[in-house]
Every structure is written in structure tokens, then in C-alpha cells.
Design a protein around this ligand. Structure first.
Ligand SMILES: NC(=O)c1ccc[n+]([C@@H]2O[C@H](COP(=O)([O-])OP(=O)(O)OC[C@H]3O[C@@H](n4cnc5c(N)ncnc54)[C@H](O)[C@@H]3O)[C@@H](O)[C@H]2O)c1
Length: 276
């Protein structure tokens, strides 16, 4: 990983694509970093035309340039998933540029640490607005087109913490639990309309942001111990996931290979939720 790169862009898992999303148009939110970036890149390798959505664009290389540099087709849309207007802009970009929208990955998200007594009302609203309302707004913008076409695949990024809950991460866990049940409800509502809705529940994943948090200001030994301790949460495999390992779960759920899978919360978590 280079300092210019916000993702593990050189990870060897990213082999040549096999056309698993050939002919599809996919919009991915939070696509300029971490899991979203790996997903956008993998989808493009698998033949999708990608609308890469992010609030932040000053990342080098920006994800669309990274994809284009590899021979893929991508456009960047500077959008905010907490705004319906912005989500409509994302959908319009897909329709104007590529003439369709088959896949939506509602991935943008973030967390604030704290128990309920420690969290401010402002923190609560900010995280629910991003993690849960953002999924609602992105889906609300995409669904009219998907319903008119009678096809579509929506993949939401939840979290293992949205299945289990965890200490001192109350609003994050609650918002991600909401994503799991919004996913199931939407799956029921749209199943007969040809639209599948699933979510992915990553375990601890070595995104640049998390690695920064774990290692900043620490000696190499302390940093390694901190990364190891974070990986232990994924208790069977006992390491952090690579973003690409989450992206492959996204790929399956998004693709026609999962044509009979809907309402599912797929844990990609190194066994974190085993025995749960
Ligand atoms: N990294 C983990 O360990 C982990 C584990 C479980 C779930 N997740 C979830 O995976 C998703 C991606 O996380 P990540 O670790 O890759 O994070 P990240 O911070 O690396 O990437 C998130 C991206 O979302 C963008 N973003 C933030 N707010 C936005 C908004 N309002 N509109 C559009 N884009 C916005 C950010 O600019 C950033 O590029 C999140 O939903 C996160 O909760 C992460």
C-alpha cells in the first residue's frame, strides 16, 4: 500500500475478471475508499460499468482513474447519500452515461464510538442519517427505474455489529441492525418485481482508515499488536479481512449467480459470528 493509495489497491486477490457482471451497470456509494473502492474495482474487472459515488474526491488516484487505468469503465459522481437529491443525481448519472442501472451498492457508512450515555444527540442523528437513512435514500432513488425495468439487485453494507451488537458502539450497531431489517423488508416488498435486496455483514476489515486508527502514533511492535488484536475479533480466522475479501461477497450477491438469494445478511467475517 502506498501513502497515495487509500486502499490496498495492489492486493493479489484481484486477478483478471471473468465477466461475472458483463453488461451490468452498477452504482456504488462510498467508492473512493476501503470496501467500496475494492468493490468498485472488482465490479469493473468483472465487466460492470461503474458509477463510483463518494462525498470525497481528492484521493489519488481517484477510483474512476484507477479503474480506467486498468481498462475498466467508470465515472465518478460526487454525491452525498444523506441527500435524496444527490441520490437522484447518482441514478441520473447512471442512466445518462450508461443507459441503465442494474446494481446499487449502498455502502457509504461510518461510526462514532460510545455508549448511549456518552453519545450526543447530534452523533446519534449523524450516524443514523448516514448508515440507515442513506440506504433508504439511495434505494428510494434507484427503485423507480428498477421497478420499471423489472430487474435489479441492491446490496447494502451492514456489519457483524448489526447482527450481534457490541460494546461502546451503540449507534453504529443500531444503525447497522436497521440496515439488516430494512434489507429483509425490501426483499419481501420487491421480490416479485424482479428486484433482489441483500446485505453484507463484514467483520473487522483492514481498510486504510481502520489501519490508520490502529497504528497511528505507535511503534511498529505496538502497531502490529494493535492490528493483531483487532483481527482477533474475527475469531475463527483471527485476522482482519482484506477489503477485496468483502468485495467478493458483494460480487456474488450483486450478480445473477445469486438469482435466488434475497433478504440475506451474508456475514463475511472470518467466523466472528460463529456460535452467535
Ligand atoms: N472496515 C470495517 O472493519 C468495516 C466492518 C463492517 C462494516 N463496515 C462498513 O463498510 C462500509 C465501508 O466502510 P470502510 O471501512 O470501507 O470505510 P471508509 O471510511 O474507508 O470508506 C467509506 C467511504 O464512504 C464515503 N462517505 C462517507 N460519508 C458519505 C456520504 N454522506 N455520501 C457519500 N459517501 C460518503 C467516505 O468519503 C469514504 O470514502 C461502511 O458502511 C462501514 O460501516 C466496515
Amino acid at each position: 500500500m502506498t501513502s497515495a493509495s487509500p486502499s490496498n489497491d495492489e492486493h493479489p486477490m484481484m486477478g483478471p475478471g471473468r465477466g461475472r457482471l458483463e453488461g451490468k451497470v452498477a452504482a456504488i456509494t462510498g467508492a473512493n475508499s476501503g470496501i467500496g473502492r475494492a468493490t468498485a474495482r472488482l465490479f469493473a474487472r468483472e465487466g460492470a460499468k461503474v458509477v463510483a459515488v463518494d462525498l470525497v474526491e481528492d484521493v489519488s488516484p481517484r477510483v474512476d482513474a484507477l479503474i480506467q487505468g486498468e481498462g475498466g469503465d467508470a465515472v465518478f459522481y460526487k454525491g452525498d447519500v444523506t441527500s435524496f437529491e444527490s441520490c437522484q443525481g447518482m441514478v441520473n448519472t447512471a442512466l445518462e452515461r450508461y443507459g441503465d442501472l442494474d446494481i446499487l451498492v449502498n455502502n457509504a457508512g461510518a461510526g462514532v464510538w460510545g455508549r448511549v450515555d456518552q453519545l450526543s444527540e447530534e452523533d446519534w442523528k449523524k450516524i443514523v442519517n448516514l448508515n440507515l437513512t442513506g440506504v433508504f435514500l439511495g434505494s428510494k432513488a434507484a427503485l423507480p427505474h428498477m421497478m420499471a425495468q423489472g430487474k435489479g439487485s441492491i446490496v447494502n453494507t451492514a456489519s457483524t455489529f448489526g447482527l450481534l451488537g457490541t460494546a461502546s458502539y451503540a449507534v453504529y450497531s443500531a444503525s447497522k441492525g436497521g440496515v439488516v431489517l430494512l434489507t429483509r423488508s425490501m426483499a419481501i416488498d420487491y421480490g416479485t418485481m424482479g428486484i433482489r435486496v441483500n446485505c453484507i455483514c463484514p467483520g473487522g476489515t483492514a481498510t486504510p482508515r481502520l489501519l490508520r486508527i490502529l497504528t497511528e502514533g505507535k511503534s511498529p511492535e505496538e502497531a502490529a499488536a494493535s492490528v493483531k488484536a483487532a483481527g482477533d475479533i474475527n475469531r475463527a480466522i483471527q485476522r482482519l479481512a482484506h477489503p477485496e475479501e468483502i468485495a467478493y461477497g458483494m460480487l456474488f450477491l450483486a450478480s445473477d449467480e445469486a438469482s435466488f438469494v434475497t433478504g440475506h445478511a451474508l456475514a463475511v467475517d472470518g467466523g466472528q459470528t460463529t456460535d452467535a
